[in-house]
Design a protein around this ligand. Sequence first.
Ligand SMILES: Nc1ncnc2c1ncn2[C@@H]1O[C@H](COP(=O)(O)OP(=O)(O)O)[C@@H](O)[C@H]1O
Ligand SMILES: [Mg+2]
Length: 244
Amino acid sequence: MKTISIANQKGGAGKTTLLVVLATALAVNYGYRVLVIDGDPQQSITKLRASDEPALAGEREFLSDPTLDFPYPVVSQELAAIPDYLAQVEEAFDITFIDLPGRADSSLLNDVLASSEVVLVPMQATFLDQQATLDFLAILHVLAEYCKKENLEFQPFGVTSRKTASREEKEMNEFADAAGLARFASTLGNRVAYTRLSSLFSFLDLDYLKRIDAKPSIEQEVRAMCDELVAKANLSPATVPATV
Ligand SMILES: Nc1ncnc2c1ncn2[C@@H]1O[C@H](COP(=O)(O)OP(=O)(O)O)[C@@H](O)[C@H]1O
Ligand SMILES: [Mg+2]
């Protein structure tokens, strides 16, 4: 199992959105056994899942399949409990995504990050975001040193998950490069479609894109990011064949 945390000290950086987009596509279309841990006291993903219940009921009826379930479970866990919880679910899943709060007790947060093989850091380019992200890069640096000493796999990546192509964004990328933070080449655009998140339907599903009035080009954008994550996280091929 690979544990992938999505983290940044800044609230509103796009953590939850990036997590749901990736988790849903990797479960539905790539066939990975995905688990999502909601470690954010704001419980955004837990609330999203609850709001997706009527859509699941609709799909069950539409497909005449009362056993149809969500593509992955969402489990709420206190930060302090997450490292032990990960050990328990190790065999049952291929990928565990962890949604983390913007602000948290740093030692608890650090334990969760150090238990993750990959940390995705959504980077936004406004001045305040830059400051918060820079502080966070310093923490990641310390953690990376620690994990190296302990021989633990630990790969942090900056991800532009709300691309604006602004001067500030270019600056943010330069900061990240100077800080030695590896970056994803693929990006997600700043699009209304990403505010229409679903933990049931994937953005790789062209019918779903049509239903939410989204451009079909989103499919390529999301696929490129999934492919890059699979490669960078060294994910082994999925145990179940992909549906698309
Ligand atoms: N790529 C994007 N395009 C448009 N809106 C986005 C995008 N990513 C995030 N958002 C919006 O930005 C806000 C904050 O995103 P969210 O994922 O909740 O951040 P966080 O979990 O870091 O607090 C939400 O309203 C979300 O819909
Ligand atoms: Mg969030």
